[in-house]
Design a protein around this ligand. Structure first.
Ligand code: C5P
Length: 480
């Protein structure tokens, strides 16, 4: 590694070397150590090479401490999420593309954005960049960049290119094979599947030239989603020309990438959310689980190509794209839905299942009594994880549980692994101060028969992606 670092430093030009020196001094590290930190981050985000990572971080405003990646073995780094290059054209619908970035990410994808000049009249590169987690690209010849991230790299480092909104002009330039700005050049340079979401005035959509250009794009293998009909931004105008909604675009992307990821051909079951155990027609025993972690895992598994069944208790979350969702209320319903979904290759039990339920559910609302509060007679719910892990037939190859603990997190998780008969446990501290319950970040420890691995605090989406990578690697290893 030391050798790699010094070679990389030697090859840097003066400006970058200076940036690196300042950055290293700021963090109290040697230049080599700084490069190592950047390389580690670069390996985690699977960027093409260290030079590009150094260049990105050396950009003005790019002096951000890279998040420590979860510890993984080299082999597992071969599995990565779908990378989408999103080209935002200049139309009023561009504002929806910001929502699209989020939704693609919710589907477990990584997004890079290019904005045309016209797009920048509607949304800013800053907003798109902030959502993507990296600078949005705008110029074919970027004077800020001495390295050429360039249209070829942008085109090559994507698995799929999405153009949204695809304006009449952008469609015409695509059909004509133009390369006069970064968006057009990247589109011409890519050999990856392209999906366009046209958006324009209905008359422009109906124009012979636009239809001719579209026919050319279809013949070239470009996929199209929308446009929908409805009211236009111009007052009084209506007809076909509204950009497809972000959820429709995500569904089209998912359909194009389906069967292509590291979990392609695998069936994955995920339980998520709380269960809700009725006391009477209006009262329930519930818990604070938001379902965010379970839903993120289901989305990440679907994005990795798996056929996913998500069995969810009552949550306030949208259904992740491209998977089947079975909604349940009680633990007993959850168990029945899980058993119905078998056989599966992998089962992940992220739901916070109520341990007990009222023995009897009152048919009418229990009234206040002069004699005092009613006593709830509780019976234990079935342990879904343990039931499935102990099955003699149709046991999933990999059974994964969660352990939400408030003390002795790892010790309790180890005991749970043995007691429940599962293969892995993801343990987390849900003490009130952690904010994990209902929050967007999570700190987990992966407990397996071979040991404990503590992952750094990261978003629930990143935990989900890291877990999916682990699962894909484990299934791959089992094949060998
Ligand atoms: O015993 P505890 O509730 O801490 O176990 C947590 C793990 O067991 C989670 O994976 C949870 O989804 C699962 N579980 C279950 N059925 C229950 C209780 C917990 O599947 N009745």
């Amino acid at each position: 590694m030391a050798q790699t670092s010094s070679i990389t430093i030697r090859r840097l030009d003066g400006r970058l070397k200076k940036e690196l020196r300042i950055r290293a001094a700021k963090h109290g590290r040697s230049m080599e150590d700084e490069v190592r930190t950047i390389l580690r981050a670069a390996a985690d985000i699977e960027q093409a090479d260290a030079a590009a990572a150094i260049q990105r971080i050396a950009e003005p405003g790019g002096d951000v401490e890279p998040e420590a990646p979860p510890r993984r073995r080299a082999k597992e780094l071969t599995v990565r999420p779908t990378r989408v290059l999103l080209i935002i054209g200049g139309g009023i619908a561009a504002y929806k593309s910001l929502d699209l970035i989020r939704r693609l990410q919710d589907g477990g994808m990584r997004v890079r954005a290019i904005l045309t000049d016209a797009a920048q009249h509607f949304v800013t590169p800053l907003a798109a960049g902030a959502l993507c987690g990296e600078r949005a690209h705008t110029d074919l010849f970027d004077p800020q960049s001495e390295f050429d991230v360039g249209h070829i790299r942008l085109a090559r480092d994507a698995d799929l290119v999405v153009v949204a909104p695809a304006t009449a002009d952008l469609i015409a330039r695509m059909a004509g094979g133009h390369a006069d700005d970064l968006a057009a050049a990247a589109l011409l340079a890519t050999d990856r599947p392209i999906l366009i979401a046209p958006a324009m005035n209905p008359r422009m959509w109906a124009a012979k030239a636009t239809q001719r250009n579209l026919a050319q794009l279809v013949a070239d293998g470009v996929r199209i989603v929308g446009p929908n009909s409805g009211a236009m931004a111009e007052r009084g105008e209506a007809g076909i020309g509204r950009m497809a909604e972000p959820v429709e675009i995500v569904a089209a992307v998912a359909a194009m990438t389906h069967g292509a990821g590291p979990l392609a051909g695998k069936r994955v079951l995920v339980t998520s959310g709380p269960t809700s155990e009725p006391i009477d027609p209006v009262r329930v025993i519930a818990n604070r689980s938001s379902g965010k972690q379970g839903h993120a895992i289901a989305a990440a598994a679907a994005a990795a190509g798996a056929d996913v069944v998500l069995v969810s208790g009552p949550v306030n979350l949208p259904d992740p794209p491209s998977l089947s969702v079975v909604r349940v209320e009680t633990a007993q319903q959850m168990l029945a839905a899980v058993e119905k979904a078998l056989p599966v290759d992998v089962a992940i039990f992220a739901a916070a299942v109520a341990d007990w339920r009222p023995r009897r559910v009152s048919e009418s609302k229990i009234k206040k009594q002069p004699g005092g509060a009613p006593v709830l007679d509780l019976v234990e719910n079935p342990d879904i994880l343990s039931t499935i892990a102990h099955r003699s037939s149709d046991r999933p190859r990999l059974v994964i549980g969660f352990a939400a603990e408030t003390d002795r997190v790892v010790a309790n998780a180890k005991a749970k692994l043995a007691k429940k008969g599962c293969d892995w446990i993801l343990a987390n501290d849900v003490s009130p101060g952690t904010g994990i319950m209902g929050g967007d970040t999570n700190t987990v420890h992966l407990v397996t028969a071979s040991g404990v691995e503590s992952w750094p605090p990261q978003s629930k989406d990143d935990v989900a992606r890291a877990l999916v990578e682990r699962i894909a690697a484990a299934l791959e290893e089992a094949k060998q």
